[in-house]
Design a binder for this molecule. Structure first.
Ligand code: FES
Length: 117
């Protein structure tokens, strides 16, 4: 899945999550504190529907042939890659929101609080 985040930056609105709504630890390709664990708010940034997981090769006719896998919002067709980065020319204006969160331990995440300084 991490490999699927590579190679389509030119198709994304904000590949490095440089817009203001993103915490500092989301400003990378995986948009995560730890790349292997993705934490995001599951609400489309268009009008608030819930995008679903859309794996590569799932046969969804609403997705392009070169779909790398990610999330698909069925309401108006916005598409996000596996890191929640929105594709260009879709209704959603920004990437999926990454909430404040931090690791309390190796196996426990606290959502709602950012990393301690
Ligand atoms: S609410 Fe997701 S595309 Fe409109």
């Amino acid at each position: 899945m991490l490999a699927s985040l590579q190679g389509h930056d030119a198709q994304l609105v904000d590949p490095l999550s440089l817009k203001d709504q993103q915490p500092p630890y989301a400003k990378n390709a995986a948009r995560a504190v730890r790349p292997e664990v993705f934490v995001a708010v599951g609400i489309c940034t268009h009008l608030g529907c819930s995008p679903g997981v859309a794996p590569k090769g799932a046969g969804n006719p609403s997705l392009p042939a070169d779909w790398p896998g990610g999330f698909f919002c069925p309401c108006h067709g916005s598409t996000f890659d596996g890191a929640g980065r929105v594709f260009k020319n879709k209704p959603a204006p920004t990437n999926l929101e990454i909430p404040p969160y931090r690791y309390a331990s190796d196996t426990r995440i606290v959502i709602g609080e950012g990393p301690k300084a």
